[in-house]
Design a protein around this ligand. Sequence first.
Ligand code: FE
Length: 148
Amino acid sequence: MLNWLNVLKFANSGNPAPDQRVEKSDEEWKKLLTEEEFRITRLKGTERAFSSEMCSLFEPGLYVCACCGTVLFDSAEKFESGTGWPSFTQPIHENSISYHKDQGFGMYRIETLCNTCDAHLGHVFQDGPPPSGLRYCMNALALKKVTK
Ligand code: FE
């Protein structure tokens, strides 16, 4: 199980290798994604808080990357954070997501990307529930829910 120290180590010293890589040009991604999905995942955008029903969706299933379809989270790790963005406390595998220092907007945050295709997902914070203490604050448009 990943904790905040693991996340900082990945962001500072390098991320674990993904099982596979998917690389496409922006033009190719534009053909596969809606305009809003493209803005968030490929241009590091952020959707409005409370803009998605996914926040209050807790039915069993898996959450995959909206760009490449790699499984990122299990619904068992999803929790109600009250932030208006879907929140998880642990990724499905240690190498599913990559971690990067983000000092934009005058804040020091850890950005999360899909480790397979580099889609911007959101950020991870250290104020999540035990035992991991992590809160993955995700854009709903960066994820798709699939049944197991
Ligand atoms: Fe991806």
